[in-house]
Design a protein around this ligand. Structure first.
Ligand SMILES: [Zn+2]
Length: 203
């Protein structure tokens, strides 16, 4: 970065540049735009970022983001308690739930097996899933991890782990009409509805 850029601006640009989709150049543009904002608005933005930490929690049941614990989905007594849908990230859960065709429980895995990125079986957080299955309520586990290579490997790993420890739990996954490489959060509602309806047992 140019040496003549004042330190506070430089610090902000460096932080903004860490956001997805923002390189150093667009971070600089964003910082320049912020400088033109009225002071009250920049303060509100700063407070908003600060409040994220203070007022947003991880739901202890599903691992999703929420202002309450448990989150509204896990706290909903109307939802089926014997079906658990495992998704990779929280936004996949949002996409799935928006459709309104799935009325069971969710859990967020938080990552996929990716040996090249040093994500191995140990760094995958399966403890929450194991604890949930140990409660004995779940009869079917639906894997909605997507159709990428990492998702396939992770699905196989989970299938084996659950098969060994909880042999009575049915493990299924979304039907394979999903285009290869698709991530659940980017799927359209109808594709999702159908792939859930025609989900397949994972042997
Ligand atoms: Zn929850």
């Amino acid at each position: 970065m140019n040496k003549r850029i004042p330190e506070p601006l430089k610090a902000l640009v460096e932080q903004l540049a860490r956001l997805p989709g923002l390189g150093p150049k667009s971070a600089m543009r964003a910082a320049m735009a912020l400088l033109k904002w009225p002071e009250a608005e920049t303060r509100r933005l700063g407070r908003g970022i600060h409040d994220l930490r203070d007022n947003l929690h991880l739901c202890s049941r599903c691992g999703g983001l929420s202002s309450t614990d448990p989150c509204p989905v896990c706290a909903d007594a109307e939802r089926a308690r014997d079906t658990l849908c495992l998704v990779t990230e929280w936004d996949s859960m949002l996409t799935l739930d928006e459709g309104g065709f799935y009325r069971g429980q969710y859990m967020i895995l938080g990552g996929l097996l990716a040996p090249l990125d040093r994500m191995d079986a140990e760094s995958l957080d399966t403890d929450r899933l194991v604890r949930r299955l140990e409660e004995g309520e779940i009869a079917e586990l639906i894997l909605a991890l997507g159709a990428t290579l990492e998702a396939e490997n992770t699905a196989t790993f989970i299938r084996q782990m659950v098969g060994k420890r909880f042999p009575t739990v049915r493990v299924s996954r979304l039907a394979q009409g999903i285009p290869l490489g698709a991530e659940v959060k980017y799927m359209d509602k109808e594709t999702l509805r159908q792939s859930l309806q025609y989900r397949q047992d994972l042997k």
